[in-house]
Design a protein around this ligand. Structure first.
Ligand code: ZN
Ligand code: ZN
Length: 445
């Protein structure tokens, strides 16, 4: 049966086209509701709703990240308010400036169990900092409340979309037919406030994600979001969220009296290189770098005295530490940095150099943002320095551990890999600041 015949036979249009109680619903939500109301199977989807899915496609990912599918759904249900795709595009909800780091981010469906009874889902639930449903107060979940399995939205495999393999059905048919997500006035208030806040936040806060996939991305993002507007906070229970688990949080503030004449990081320092190299840094960076080395040597000395490592091997290994002071420059071998830190830093470093035609649009935008603020470049330089220092402290332990495997025998010597999530706050007319959230990765690569 082709699409046209199917649509003609199904008269009137498929159920699920009314969106009165579905304010702010995602494209996934609209499709999910239509599937349940019309009892559709995988093969019916294209014929009746115009949406194409491949075998094994996760419906949630398809509908939230890919515009052609959203467009197809909007064509099927053209006359209703919720098809205004403002609510469907993730970019309209995202609270940070810069591209959404899809390649870095686990993207899983998060639901409010009360909203899901009527197949209601909003992109709001997917956003950093939103941990509870703003109108029901339910904690948002990513796994089946009965068996703890992650939700799967694969129409080819499941008998009913939204019913877990354990038999638990998140969806209630009557609630879905009624099509009301939650109390309309509170939904409208919360969504309006959030979108307004996110738009303002995007203008001043730019996110730099690490250059590698991070399973702990959401811990960093939730924390970077800081305080949400009061009427969302009412049910968020925020009050300065504590960092989760092993995440390290570094706040970067510029000193009130900046020395404008002090040596600055050159645009061609070597830190803008995505490959390991010898970087030439301002001489003022020597003291903090040497402090890291000093700390490290002290620790290694204690290990040598306790007999954990061989003294001669140790002195051989530490000869290769990467910092050298030479004239008015500090030379630093970036080989000791983890590749994700190196590449993330290079992304920042390349912003210091003059704008070039080859820049991607988002890099151009970031360049403009940094240069528009009188202290933008100072802040960027401080961020690079901070990233280098912790990247060095972490990275050199991994490198030395490789050269001296006996180090691993000591419980005190625990090499770590952390990925940096950087948020730069550049409010016009105010002193800018930044925050780096370092997520602890498993293993040492
Ligand atoms: Zn809810
Ligand atoms: Zn289950």
């Amino acid at each position: 049966m082709n699409a046209v015949t199917a649509r003609t036979l199904l008269s009137p249009a498929p159920l699920g086209g009314d969106g009165i109680g579905f304010l702010g619903a995602s494209a996934f939500s609209v499709l999910h509701r239509a599937i349940r109301l019309n009892f559709l199977r995988g093969s019916d989807l294209h014929a009746i709703l115009g949406v194409t899915l491949r075998k094994g496609d996760d419906l949630f990912r398809r509908m939230t990240r890919f515009e052609p599918q959203q467009q197809a759904l909007a064509t099927t249900f053209p006359s209703h308010d919720f098809t205004r795709r403002t609510y469907w595009r993730c970019e309209n909800w995202w609270p940070f400036g810069g591209p959404i780091p899809w390649a870095t981010l686990p993207w899983r469906l998060r639901i409010c169990p009360s909203c899901m009874r009527s197949c209601y889902h909003s992109m709001l639930f997917q956003m950093p900092g939103i941990l509870r449903c703003p109108w029901h107060g339910d904690t948002l979940i990513e796994c089946c409340p009965r068996c703890d399995r992650a939700f799967s939205m694969d129409l080819g495999r499941q008998t009913e979309l939204g019913r877990c393999d354990c038999g638990h059905d998140l969806v209630d048919y009557v609630a879905t037919a009624e099509g009301v997500g939650g109390p309309p006035a509170r939904m409208s208030e919360a969504i309006g406030t959030y979108l307004c806040w996110a738009k303002a936040n995007r203008k001043e806060n730019w996110l730099i994600a690490p250059e590698g996939w991070d399973g702990f991305a959401w811990s960093a993002l939730h924390h970077l979001c800081g305080r949400l507007p009061p009427n969302l906070n009412r049910v968020q229970g925020d009050e300065g969220r504590e960092p989760e688990g092993d995440m390290v949080v570094e706040a970067i503030h510029l000193e009130r009296s900046l020395k404008f004449g002090s040596p600055r990081l050159s645009p061609n320092s070597g830190l803008e290189s995505f490959q390991p190299s010898m970087a030439a840094l301002p001489v003022a960076w020597y003291t903090p770098l040497a402090a890291v080395e000093h700390q490290l040597k002290k620790m290694l000395g204690e290990l040598a005295r306790s007999g954990t490592v061989d003294k001669d091997q140790l002195s051989q290994a530490t000869v290769c530490l990467p910092t050298y002071l030479c004239g008015r420059r500090v030379f630093f071998q970036t080989e000791c940095l983890h590749r994700v830190v190196l590449r993330t830093m290079a992304k920042l470093g390349s912003t210091l150099s003059a704008a070039s035609e080859s820049r991607m649009d988002c890099a151009k935008e970031f360049y403009a943002l940094i240069n528009r603020h009188s202290l933008g470049r100072h802040l960027l330089e401080r961020c690079i320095r901070q990233m280098l220092l912790r990247g060095f402290a972490d990275g050199v332990r991994v490198v030395l551990g490789r050269r001296l495997p006996s180090l691993y025998a000591s419980a005190r010597w625990k090499p770590v890999v952390r990925y940096p999530w950087l948020l730069l706050n550049l409010p016009a007319g105010h002193v800018p600041s930044a925050q780096i959230n370092w997520t602890l990765q498993r293993g040492t690569d």
